[in-house]
Design a protein around this ligand. Structure first.
Ligand SMILES: Nc1ncnc2c1ncn2[C@@H]1O[C@H](COP(=O)(O)OP(=O)(O)O)[C@@H](O)[C@H]1O
Ligand SMILES: [Mg+2]
Length: 314
């Protein structure tokens, strides 16, 4: 067999030891890493067997230096995030074509999840809040948020989701990890209530602070959720959209996790941390009041920074 030439793609975002490569002909991706990557590759094989839209693992093993590698098929050249950027053409609204493709992949993922519910114990929802919301980290970095108020809201979120089937999920689902042919980058996988991956996929764009270059309109978000509700109902599951607030409350913790900079002099990072705190608190307040969270009212990072500047000013 001919040996493959690998081209470096990037260091992995959430794994200091991980690297991604692409084969010279673009048909395969290779990830290298440690124990976490072993788990990721094993998970992906299980998910493929359950009919999840994931890349097939083609080969895995150890390299000469003991590093673990997993090779998978390419799902295409462009993530939906890259596609959105290439179609923007000066505007800021996410192209409808991208929303439609996202809805299609999300429906396939949701249907596969609904068809394979996980039998989990009575503590499963609480464990999901902890894992998906990185609550240990968030409370360690933000001790002032570790309050009865936050815990009551999280308990309410778990209550709102009681009765939703649980299924294996991605936990970092969004346009950068979705291609028209399926979903890549399963390193964070875990057990989730149905809908946790797919429902917030357009709602999470504002958490990036407007730096993504595009926004989803309220119409696009409503239409997208409608497609998901239809997919859930046809799989015999409850609709997702009435639970969006509970799902987003946990998502907003995920975005707050690991953002507190160790060095107070890192002004950009300080700002991002305070911004994510602001979005969490805004969502928390809305959720307490209405049981939902509407991301349309979230400020961009620039608006937030300008407001803070004014508040701090003379
Ligand atoms: N199977 C695949 N098909 C197509 N592109 C892929 C595939 N795997 C990885 N990529 C590309 O490599 C990039 C990095 O891979 P990913 O696992 O998402 O890394 P990270 O964990 O840093 O987000 C992706 O954004 C995508 O462009
Ligand atoms: Mg990724």
């Amino acid at each position: 067999m001919r040996t493959t030439d690998w081209r470096f793609v990037k260091k992995r975002t959430a794994d200091a030891d991980g690297t991604v490569y692409v084969s010279a002909d673009g048909t395969r991706y290779r990830r290298t890493g440690g124990a976490a990557l072993r788990g990721e590759a094993a998970f992906q094989q299980m998910a493929a067997a359950l009919g999840y839209p994931v890349p097939r693992v083609l080969q895995q093993g150890e390299l000469g230096d003991g590093t673990f590698f997993a090779d998978e098929e390419s799902l295409g050249r462009q993530s939906l995030h890259e596609k959105a950027l290439s179609l923007l053409d000066g505007g800021r609204v996410l192209p409808d074509q991208v929303v439609d493709q996202l809805a299609e992949v999300s429906s396939r993922l949701l249907s596969a999840q609904a068809a394979h519910p996980v039998e989990a114990g009575p503590d499963a929802l609480r464990q999901w809040v902890e894992q998906a919301g990185w609550t240990n980290n968030v409370f360690a970095e933000n001790p002032d948020l570790d309050t009865p108020r936050t815990h009551a809201a999280l308990a309410r979120a778990a209550d709102d989701l009681t009765g939703m089937p649980l299924a294996w999920g991605h936990l970092d689902y969004g346009l950068p990890n979705v291609l028209p042919a399926g979903v890549i980058d399963w390193q964070h996988h875990g057990v989730t209530p149905l809908g946790y991956d797919v429902a917030p996929a357009l709602e999470v764009i504002p958490f990036k602070g407007g730096a993504k270059g595009y926004t989803a309109t309220p119409d696009q978000r409503t239409r997208y959720l409608g497609v998901l509700d239809a997919a859930a109902l046809s799989a015999g599951s409850p609709p997702i959209s009435p639970r969006l607030g509970a799902l987003l409350l946990v998502k907003s913790l995920f975005f707050l996790a690991l953002t507190r900079p160790t060095d107070p002099a890192q002004a950009d990072k300080q700002q991002r941390w305070h911004y994510r705190r602001h979005l969490f608190l805004k969502g928390l307040e809305q959720y307490e009041r209405t049981g939902n969270i509407d991301t349309a009212g979230f400020p961009t990072l620039d608006d937030f920074a300008a407001g803070q500047g004014a508040a701090d000013g003379p």
